[in-house]
Design a binder for this molecule. Sequence first.
Ligand code: ZN
Ligand code: CU
Length: 493
Amino acid sequence: MLSCHTGQLRMALRCDLIIRDATIIDGSGRAGFRGDVGVQGDRIAGVGDLAAASAAREVRAQGRVLAPGFIDAHTHDDQIVLQGAQCMCCKLSQGVTSVVVGNCGISLSPVRMATRPPAPLDQICAPEWWKFGSFGEYADHLRREPPAVNALALIGHMSLRIGAMDGDTQRAATDGEAERMRAWLADSLAEGAAGFSTGLFYAPSKHTPTDEVIAVAEALRAHRGLYVTHMRDEANGVLDSIAETLRIGEAVGAPVIISHHKCAQPENHGRSRETLRMIEAAAARYPVAFDVYPYTASSTSLAARDPRADVPVRVTSSVPHPEMAGRMLAHIAAEWGVSLLEARDRLLPASGAFHNMAEEDVRRIMAHPLSMIGSDGGPLAKKPHPRLWGTFPRVLGHYVRELNLMDLETAIHKMTGRTAMVFGIADRGTIREGAFADLVLLDAATVKDRASFEDSIQPADGIIETWVNGESAYVHGAGVTGALAGRLLQRAA
Ligand code: ZN
Ligand code: CU
C-alpha cells in the first residue's frame, strides 16, 4: 500500500497534504505529542516524523493542536445535511466532521408526510422535506448529493408513530400498529440506519407505554442497533425514566444512549449525583452512555412545557410572530399585557430556550467518564440556542481552558474516540495511519465559542481549519470551502 509514513523505502513518496509540527491529540484520551500527519486521498497515511516526505500542500501547525474531526453525538441535522456546504458551517466552524442525525424520536425518514407534521417535528425539518418514504430513499439522496460532513442516522419513534397511527397518536398503539413500526424500523436498519431514537417526553409519543417501545425496538436485536432516547421525564421523574430506558435497552439487547442528560427544573438541581450513580451501576453490567451539551438552558418546542416564573424562556422562533425571535417570553407577555401562558399560546408553533438547569449538574455530567459531547442544536430556528454554533469550542475554551474542568485530551476524547466507540463508527475519531482523514487544527490558547443567547449565529474563534475525508472543508476567516466530502456512515456492530 502506498504510504508516506516512515520506513526507509517509503520516504520519498508524496502525500496530498502534510500538517507539520502539530501537537497531535489522537482522540484516545492519551497525552498529546509533537509530530506530523500526512494524508493521501481520504486517509491518514502517516503519523510521526515525516521530515523526509513531501506533499502537494504543507501546513505549518507551529505546535497548535491537531485532533480528529469532532463527532456531534446528538443533532437534528437530518435536513441541513441535504442542503449543501453553507448550511453545515454551523458544524464545520466548530471542527465537527460527523453528525448523528435522527435524535429525540424525530427522523426525516422512513415516513412521508403529506401535511405539516406536529410539534416538535415541524421545528426540526421544514414541511417540504418530509418526502422520504424509506430510509433507503434518504440514504440514496445522501449518496447522490453528498453532504459536507459525514452522517450516521437513527430512526425516530415519533416519525414512525405518526405514520403508523395515521396521526392519531394521543393513545397507545395497537399491536398491529406497533408491528408496522417494528417492520419499518427493521427495514431501515437493513438499509443502513444505526439505531432507534425515542422522544417519550413529547406529545406525539408521551402516551406510549413502555411495552410498545419494546415491541418496536425488538427490531434492534438482529442488527445490534442502538437505543437512543430523549427520556420521558428529565425533571421530577428522572430516576424512573432512567430505569425505563435501561429496561427497554436490556429487553432487546441494545446498547443504550441517554440523550442530553440533565436534571431539569429548579426543584431537581443537584440530582445529577443520584442519576450518575444509577447510570454507573447499570454501566457496570451493560453498555450505557450519554451525551451532554455545555449550557444550563435547554431548547425545545414552546408547547412542550408550561412556562413558569422561575424558569426564564427566550423565544428562538415563532411561526405567527417571527419578530419575537430572540426576546424573553416574560417581556413579550408584559408588552401584550397577558399571562406567560397566554403569551406562549399566541406564539405557537414556536420554540424557545428554557433556563432550567444548574451549572453544578452540567459540570458534573460533562466531566463524567461516560459522557460524550453532543450539541442538540436546532438548525432551522431564526435565533437558535447558541449550542448550534458554540458547543464544541465552548467545551474546549470555557470548560477546559478557563475552568479546568478536565484536560484537553479528555475533552477531545469525549468528542472523538469515545463517540466513535459508542456509536460503532469505524476508523474515525482517531488519528492513526489508515484512519479516515477527518481532522481539525485548532489553537488551544484561543479557541472560544462566540455564539451567545443574544447573538447565536457566530462561528467560533480558534478553529483554524477542518478537513473531511481529506478535503479542506472550512478555513477560519474564509468560511466553508464548498467541499462536499461527507458520507453516510454505517454502524459497525
Ligand atoms: Zn431531545
Ligand atoms: Cu435532540
